[in-house]
Design a protein around this ligand. Structure first.
Ligand SMILES: C[S@@+](CC[C@H](N)C(=O)[O-])C[C@H]1O[C@@H](n2cnc3c(N)ncnc32)[C@H](O)[C@@H]1O
Length: 282
């Protein structure tokens, strides 16, 4: 496992900003829709409507897409962030158009185990924040109904300039006293092949793959705007409302991002590698 651990006190969870995160909802939703197409039909246990868990559901805008595929499903989104849960609850909780329902609950995916049988446990762009999540695979698979599926997508772009520059900045003499390793995103992902092996070892029919999305972003400093919703959250949380420091750090980061991702005639190309796994319990 690639794991960057802090040499200083481990930070608390970052404060999320649903509005900032949702600014790039189109590009962020696409991999989830691609993941959905690879999930097999869910078991129909005793004629019951499907039971689905979404781990790290965020503002709920992808969770709700599960109801497009399984209109009568009973879906619960779990997340650690009160800001994200409040947004999800406000926008999506309740009965769905197909007669199912959607609710949101606080849970730490690092310790979550299924409290009831699920037909699908899904997670989009969240497990990279969860240390040792592969250790939970046996419990999650155990909690699936026979024929049920565990499916997830995690970013695989931690060596790309957007993240390398941030890590470099936070470790620089100017910032390392305050930020230490905060800019080094806590990368808790496995290689794609390792995910495949782990899940196949648990007896699942497993499909694992990678896709690089060549995302075309628009507007001024769009890569900075993108990372403000994700990779920068721990850094902004650590700077704790010190606007002078935040402005200074963002200015340095912005200048280096402009060099790494120059705008072209059609916009700014921001390649983004993502890792997918779909594991069906036999
Ligand atoms: C990048 S967002 C993804 C949100 C949503 N799944 C989506 O695809 O738009 C990551 C989410 O994971 C949540 N998260 C991070 N660590 C978590 C943990 N240990 N347990 C539960 N949720 C967590 C964050 O609060 C955040 O809402």
């Amino acid at each position: 496992m690639h794991s960057d651990s802090s040499s200083t006190t481990p930070p608390g969870p970052p404060v999320w900003d649903p509005q900032q995160y949702l600014r790039h909802a189109g590009h962020r939703t696409r991999p989830f829709l691609d993941l959905l197409t690879r999930i097999p039909d869910l078991p129909t246990t005793g004629g019951l409507s499907p039971r689905i868990a979404d781990l790290g559901c965020g503002p709920g805008n992808v969770t709700v897409r599960l109801a497009d595929r399984w209109p009568d499903a009973r879906i619960t989104g779990f997340d650690l962030s009160p800001q994200m849960l409040a947004q999800a609850d406000k926008d999506y909780a309740g009965t769905t158009a197909g007669g199912g329902w959607l609710d949101f609950q606080v849970a730490d995916a690092a310790h979550w185990t299924p409290g009831e049988p699920f037909d699908l446990i899904v997670s989009n762009a969240a497990l990279q924040w969860v240390p040792n999540h592969p250790e939970s695979f046996p419990a999650w698979i155990d909690g699936l109904t026979p024929g049920g599926t565990l499916a997830f997508q995690v970013p695989g772009n931690f060596t790309s300039p957007s993240h390398a520059i941030l890590a470099d900045l936070c470790a620089s003499p100017r910032w390392r006293g305050r930020l230490g390793d905060h800019g080094r995103r806590y990368v808790h992902i496995l290689d794609t092949a390792d995910y495949l092996t782990r899940l196949a070892d648990l007896g699942c029919e497993t499909d694992a793959w990678e896709t690089v999305y060549c995302q075309l972003l628009t507007g001024p400093d769009p890569v900075l705007d993108w990372v403000k919703g994700t990779a920068l959250r721990p850094v902004l949380t650590a700077l704790d409302g010190d606007h002078e420091a935040i402005d200074a750090l963002l200015a340095e980061y912005r200048d280096r991002l402009r060099e790494a991702y120059p705008p072209g005639p059609h916009g700014t190309v921001f390649p983004f590698r993502r890792i997918f796994a779909v594991a069906r319990k036999k």
